[in-house]
Write a protein that binds this ligand. Sequence first.
Ligand SMILES: Nc1ncnc2c1ncn2[C@@H]1O[C@H](COP(=O)(O)OP(=O)(O)O)[C@@H](O)[C@H]1O
Ligand SMILES: [Mg+2]
Length: 302
Amino acid sequence: MCPSDPVSSGRGAAPPSHRDAQGPPAPAGNGPTVRGNGDLARPPLPDEIVVLRDIKKRFGDQEILKGVNLVARRRETTVIIGGSGAGKTTLLRLIVALERATSGHIFIDGEDVTRVSERELNRVRKKFGMVYQYAALLDSISVFDNVAFPLVEHTRLSKKEISERVLGKLEILGLDPKVVAPKFPSELSGGMRKRVGLARALMLEPPILVYDEPTSGLDPLTSRLVDDLIEEMRQRFGVTSIVISHDIASCFRIAHQAVLLIKGRVEASGPPDELLEGDSDVARDFIRNSAVDVDSLGRVTR
Ligand SMILES: Nc1ncnc2c1ncn2[C@@H]1O[C@H](COP(=O)(O)OP(=O)(O)O)[C@@H](O)[C@H]1O
Ligand SMILES: [Mg+2]
């Protein structure tokens, strides 16, 4: 977890402690354009690394998330799309346990984290690496110190071990550690800053990487590089990615699954191409209105 992110204490609303009834087994796979809840009671399959069941989130008297169901599969990229104010960032903050749901269940790696005590949530948060919109590096300290931060904060490694890991990670991400480590973030290009942000997010080797609007504010060329980087992280480290984006081109390039969030509800979900051809007019219009020529874009494979 990014050290610079103020961890909200949340209200810690405890979920009801009833035992879920076991329902009949759900059908395997979640076919195209899933809009139903599926079977809310069934335990997640091993492949379903992040599962949200009927998640609601209120701030005061405003209900921001109104019963969200979502399944992100291991080693796949799930892209959450939707207009501004739809609740995407709120959803992400619930997933990474920076915020608690008002009701519903969130399973991470099979564990119902809505039942985990506030004290134990740090254990859950360590499963996520977070990459922010503008890389969110601390400008007053060097690249080395930025990348080392999670290790300094969360481990008892020696200075030598930390140094080895930081320089190694920079190298893996295609940065020359000797050149880049002593620099300040402001001395790097946008693409390099993204790589440094990724190096930091990967420091604790989390199984899940989450990105909030990683291409926003970047020129098309750098956006492409970031898309490639997200796919590269998946292939090289086997991570699961959850990406918030309003960049439809990026969604088509990297997503195995797109989830369209409209006013706190999942309007449609499935492979991007199926959203385009599925039965949700809203999803079709959302993609078409982006005026992106989706036929010209590459697609990821599984
Ligand atoms: N901590 C908060 N307190 C009150 N309202 C919030 C808070 N966080 C988000 N909201 C509100 O929730 C709505 C959705 O916000 P957000 O999740 O950031 O949407 P998106 O990322 O899709 O643009 C907005 O109306 C926002 O003002
Ligand atoms: Mg947002």
